[in-house]
Ligand binder design. Structure first.
Ligand code: PLP
Length: 380
C-alpha cells in the first residue's frame, strides 16, 4: 500500500520542542506561564490584534465571545450555514438560537445581502440578533467589509470565526481583526497547531481581560476562593503555548507552502473539464488552509465529487467533502435559515484536497494522477 497522504497534518518546525523543554525545565506545566504570555504577544504582533487571550480551543473562544457579548437564553445569533459545526454549537451552549445564513459563490462565505434580509426579517418578527458569526472558510476571507457595513447599520456585534484563516488578510488587514471579537484555532489540522488550542482576539482590552478572568474559573480578588460569576476552565496550557511559540516562527512559511500547493493543483488540474477552483478577488489573500474545488458532473463527463473522493481513498489519500451546511444538519433541524441554494450546491460538488504544508511534490503528483485517471482515462 502507498503511504498515507493526509488532508492536513501537523508540521513542526525546529523550535517547538525547545520551548516545550523550557516549560518542563522551569516546571511551568499549567494553564498559565511565560509561554502563554509570550504566545499571546506573538499572535498579537502577527495579526495586529490589540489584545489576545490564549484559550484551550477555538470552540472555547467562540463560547467566550458569546458570553462576553451577553448572549443568553432565548437570544438569536446569526451564523454562517456553510461551516464546521463548532461555529454554531456555542450558540446552543448559551441556550440561544442559531439563525443560519447561506453563502455567496465567490468566497463561499456568508452572503452580505442575504444577511441583511435575515436581520430585517428577524427584527420584523420581534427579535434583533445579538451577534453575527461570519466564517473565513478554508482560509478565504469572507466579504468582511460588506458584512461589517450591514452589521454597523443595525448595530450588531460581529464575532469573526477565523479558525481556518490565521495568515489570511483582506486589504492587508488580518482576518479576525475586523469584528468586535475574533476567534482563532490551533487544532491539530489547522495551519499551525498547539496540538489543541485557540485564541480570542480583539481591540477592547477590557473584554479580553474579562475573557482571561472567566476562562480561569472567575476567581474574584479575595484572600479565599470567592466567585460572583460562573467561570470556565478554558485557558491554554503553558506546554501547548510552547508549541505555539515555535509554530508562530514558521507561520509565514506554512502559508507560503499551502499557497504553493494550491497553485500547483490549479496549474495541473485547472483545465480539467468541470473542475473549478476558488480564486481570490482583488484585495483578498487566503492562507489556502485547504485547497477546495468544485466538480460539476454536467461538465465533467458525469464524474462526481464522490467518485473522485473514493478513488483517492482507494490509493490511501485522504480528501474530504466540503462542510455539510448547518441548516441541513439533523442536530439543527428546525432552526431558522435564510438560504439561496449556494451552500447546498457547494456541499454536493465541493472537495477538499490534501493541503498540508509538509506534502512533497511527489505526493501532490499522486493526487493529480488519480484525477487524470478518473477524468481523462483515454489519455492515461
Ligand atoms: C476548527 C474550527 C473551529 C473550532 O476550533 P477548535 O480549536 O477545533 O475548537 C471553529 N470554527 C471553524 C470554522 C473551524 O474550522
Amino acid at each position: 500500500m502507498n503511504t498515507k497522504i493526509w488532508l492536513s497534518s501537523p508540521h513542526m518546525g525546529n523550535k517547538e520542542i525547545e520551548y516545550v523543554h523550557e516549560a518542563f525545565n522551569t516546571n511551568w506545566i499549567a494553564p498559565l506561564g511565560p509561554h502563554v504570555d509570550g504566545f499571546e504577544r506573538d499572535v498579537a504582533a502577527y495579526t495586529g490584534a490589540g489584545h489576545v487571550a490564549a484559550l484551550s480551543s477555538g470552540t472555547a473562544a467562540l463560547h467566550m465571545a458569546l458570553i462576553l457579548l451577553g448572549v443568553g437564553k432565548g437570544d438569536e445569533v446569526i451564523c454562517q450555514s456553510m461551516t464546521f459545526a463548532a461555529s454554531a454549537n456555542p450558540v446552543m451552549y448559551q441556550g440561544a438560537t442559531p439563525i443560519f445564513v447561506d453563502s455567496e459563490e465567490e468566497t463561499w462565505g456568508m452572503d452580505p445581502e442575504l444577511l441583511e434580509e435575515a436581520i430585517k426579517d428577524r427584527i420584523a418578527r420581534g427579535k434583533k440578533p445579538k451577534a453575527i458569526i461570519p466564517v473565513h472558510l478554508y482560509g478565504m476571507p469572507v466579504k468582511i467589509d460588506e458584512i461589517m457595513t450591514v452589521a454597523a447599520a443595525y448595530d450588531i456585534p460581529v464575532v469573526e470565526d477565523a479558525a481556518e484563516a490565521l495568515g489570511s488578510t483582506f486589504q492587508d488587514k488580518a482576518c479576525g481583526t475586523f469584528g468586535k471579537l475574533g476567534v482563532l484555532s490551533f487544532n491539530g489540522n489547522k495551519i499551525i497547531t498547539t496540538s489543541g488550542g485557540g485564541a480570542l482576539v480583539g481591540n477592547d482590552e477590557e473584554l479580553i481581560k474579562k475573557a482571561r478572568f472567566l476562562a480561569t474559573q472567575a476567581k474574584d480578588a479575595a484572600p479565599h476562593y470567592q466567585h460572583s460569576q460562573i467561570g470556565y476552565n478554558y485557558r491554554m496550557s503553558n506546554v501547548c503555548a510552547g508549541i505555539g511559540r515555535g509554530q508562530m516562527e514558521v507561520l509565514n512559511d506554512r502559508v507560503a507552502q499551502r499557497r504553493a500547493n494550491h497553485d500547483y493543483y490549479l496549474n495541473q488540474l485547472g483545465d480539467l473539464p468541470g473542475i473549478t477552483f476558488v480564486m481570490e478577488p482583488e484585495g483578498y489573500y487566503s492562507n489556502r488552509w485547504l485547497t477546495t474545488i468544485l466538480v460539476n458532473p454536467a461538465e465533467s463527463n458525469g464524474v462526481t465529487r464522490e467518485e473522485l473522493r473514493i478513488a483517492l481513498e482507494k490509493e490511501n489519500i485522504e480528501s474530504r467533502a466540503v462542510w455539510k451546511p448547518m441548516h441541513i444538519q439533523p442536530v439543527f433541524e428546525g432552526a431558522p435559515a435564510y438560504v439561496n441554494g449556494t451552500s447546498e450546491k457547494l456541499f454536493e460538488q465541493g472537495l477538499c484536497l490534501p493541503s498540508g504544508s509538509n506534502l512533497t511534490h511527489n505526493e501532490l503528483d499522486r493526487v493529480i494522477n488519480i484525477f487524470n485517471e478518473v477524468m481523462q482515462p483515454q489519455k492515461v
